[in-house]
Design a protein around this ligand. Structure first.
Ligand code: TYD
Length: 210
């Protein structure tokens, strides 16, 4: 398959307020300018059903931790089956804000659920779909840029967010072939350049190979 038809599934991960959505937009632009079909999407809330689940999980009242894990997994199952897999089957580039690693970090490490259970639940939900590369935008929680009213998870304390960050870094260390760790403390342009360089060095550049 030539590079121009090769589907690509890229996910962005990290704590709250690390600049994922800005970097997602710029990354999508890079592939679009190279002539690729790009689908920009996110979890939770990448589908109509997902938007309803997102509201319930993030802006409702208390949710039991296991129920929370199941709701994120339900959003994920529907999103992957109805939006992401069809896009990949067309040969598109999918650039996604958060995926199953967010569940492992937030519901697993930080909510005291068994990490293997949480990961297993998402793998079951998605029939085992893993990204070609996962970009971790790493930033100490104190430096995160949170704006607007906080959702239920953003309102968690500093310890929770520190645990989330550690879990992301652990996952990246355990699976270095999939993860790309980027220091997100630089400017928007610096961070984007680092992402593009890292993808290129793995043969996942938007620019066709010479
Ligand atoms: P996100 O959409 O990235 O937040 P924002 O409001 O900044 O756009 O994510 C919403 C929250 O949901 C975030 O705090 C992380 C959390 N989350 C989980 O706890 N588990 C998951 O599986 C996912 C996808 C997100």
């Amino acid at each position: 398959m030539t590079d121009s038809l090769r589907p690509l599934f890229l996910t962005l991960e990290g704590g709250d307020g690390v600049g994922k959505s800005t970097q997602q937009r710029l990354l999508a632009q890079w592939f679009r300018e190279a002539g690729r079909e790009v689908v920009e999407t996110r979890e939770p809330g990448g589908t109509v059903l997902g938007k309803e689940l997102r509201e319930l999980i993030l802006h409702g009242g208390y949710v039991d931790p296991r129920a929370e894990a199941l709701m994120f997994a339900a959003d994920r199952a529907h999103h992957i089956a109805t939006l992401v897999r069809p896009a990949l089957e067309r040969g598109a580039v999918v650039v996604q804000d958060r995926y199953l690693d967010s569940s492992v970090a937030y519901q697993g490490a930080a909510r005291d659920l068994d990490v293997d259970d949480v990961r297993g639940l998402s793998l079951w939900a998605t029939r085992g779909l893993l990204p070609d590369a996962t970009i971790l935008l790493d930033l100490e929680p104190e430096s995160a840029r949170l704006s607007g009213p906080k959702d239920r998870l953003e309102r968690e304390g500093g310890e929770f967010h520190a645990a989330v960050r550690m879990r992301f870094l652990d996952m990246a260390a355990q699976e270095p072939e999939r993860w790309i760790v980027i220091d997100a403390s630089g400017t928007v342009d610096e961070v984007q350049a680092a992402i593009r360089a890292a993808l290129s060095s793995r043969g996942l550049s938007a620019e066709p190979r010479p």
